[in-house]
Design a protein around this ligand. Sequence first.
Ligand code: NI
Length: 230
Amino acid sequence: MLITIPDVLSSDQVAHARKLLDAAEWIDGKVTAGTQSARVKDNMQIPEGSPAAREIGEMILAALSKNPVFLAAALPSRIFPPLFNRYSGGQSFGTHVDNAIRQFPNAPVRIRTDLSATLFFAGQDEYDGGELCIEDTYGVKMVKLPPGHLVLYPSTSLHHVTPVTRGARICSFFWLQSMIRDDGHRSLLFDLDLAIQRLGHELAGNPVAEKTAVQITGVYHNLLRQWAEI
Ligand code: NI
């Protein structure tokens, strides 16, 4: 399942982050690439754990912890500290798959990457190219979102970033381990959750319908209980 989530960060938060990002030290992005992806990766990154990365990363994680669509879609267990990249002057990232396991920087914690996320910081009119292209069984989806918006997609998918031919594309990217390992199971739970929320708005004053909604909510939680790894 691929989902875009608007306005994860406010315009004030994006503006503050942009100031920090524009003043930050940028290094070759190959530092976090595996052997295969290092061959096709051509971008810049902020060093892991640098003050700017930590401050903006914490802002992103705080926003996500209060975002109901993100929580329902991802059912996150552990989220990797957000990283930051910049593409300009024709830079791109060729087709690759993200590493399955990620070691946290400076902590004895590893995650299985179930979902990959990209949060956009540059305006769509600030640069040409830089589309994130994600291959799934339905074909290729091209994603380029306004500042503060986020795309979440299965880490199992092949993906690439097209060359940035004007301006600079600035994004945060990170991975997460979900309580629900299987993408199909996670999609079913998200659909069920959305349906329950929609029903909840319509049922007031109808006792039979309200009881049915409680029963369906029970099914959601019991499926979660069956499938979740905590
Ligand atoms: Ni990737």
